[in-house]
Design a protein around this ligand. Sequence first.
Ligand code: URA
Length: 440
Amino acid sequence: MRMYDIIAKKRDGGTLTREELAFAVNGYVDGSIPDYQMSALLMAIYLRGMTDAETAQLTDVMAHSGDMVDLSAIRGIKADKHSTGGVGDKTTLVIAPIVAACGVKIAKMSGRGLGHTGGTVDKMESVPGTRTALTQEEFFRQVNEIGIAVIGQSGQIAVADKKMYALRDVTATVGCIPLIASSIMSKKLAAGSDAILLDVTMGSGAFMKHLDEAVELARLMVSIGTAHGRKVAALITDMDTPLGHNIGNSLEVAESMEVLQGRGPADLTEVCLQLASNMLYLAGKGDLAVCRAMARQVIDDGTAFEKCCQMFAAQGGDTTVLRDPSRFRKAACARDLVADRDGYIVANDVERIGNASVLLGAGRIKKEDSIDFAAGIILHKKLGDAVRAGEPLCTLYADDEALFAPAAEMYLGGLKIGPERPAIPPLVYARVTCDGVERF
Ligand code: URA
């Protein structure tokens, strides 16, 4: 078999066999296929697409390119969730403890933030002392004992994805549904959970800008997971406005604790309840109404918040900051951005908000960049809100005053104040299961 022929077949619109996909992917991982040939294949896939069966086979080959985690030593159903990325998206910190408090095991690997989106592992590490790298034995023991552990993804999971994603990032081949689906699902299948809930974000802060493409991505990922014997569903959620008000690592942890204590912002609370109920549903806890009531109950009676504190304590974290977020280290400087006129927020580009927060030090541009856990943004006005001239739109936090000007320019460049209140998008657009698509 020759890589040249595989590239030519896809270039001409052919369907690759499992053997051809395995030859290309495994050869790329072991170094026998160079970057330039894999780049050509990725571009051919980008332009020609893949059949669903072909994407499923690519996913399987990628999943098997590293460790396939065997969670059978953990008793009971294990549930996982994955978000395709967002700004202010702190849902894992809320729903993982809710689901664990309802008796479903969470043995979860999460990622770090890159570009304008944040990552759960960075948020967790903003709690002083928290370890996100556990040995397999520690990980399994913690999940068996307290029902939940969230750790960083090991370098040995879906090794092909790691290499291929880095190549896609520099060859303009990220935004391709079969490649995104196989990238995400290879990691989720390798991570071993029985039930997988996918949060497919849509809007100015997400990969998917339109409902039809978000539904298509969700449908494909659900079908791949189902074909591998997992219980999988997806919610298409809005990312035309950040979830909640806080963006930045310790700011987001603080807001998540508010939700877990029943006093969080309505939008974030509602999305978390819908995600948590769907995870519980996939784990066989009852119909959606029953699962929602269970999720609500563990917030109201405090057991979800206590489960979260238990998890952080088990991983070495200082839970006093969870119980009293005013104890988090504060940024040295704060600056309000104010409205220049009366009206309504008619646009507030989420990618720009995320990039502004990165410029303040809350995220990384390159993998090796360090993070300022206290940096970020608190939004006072969001899409659709009325504002008066001079009223604060948001507060920026950083350790250096010099960071405010570029961050303000980035933020304000995506903001429009107009005379009419705009239509507000729904929080959740659709639910996709193996039975079909339900649009709301
Ligand atoms: N997230 C991933 O893990 N992979 C993609 O290709 C896109 C988003």
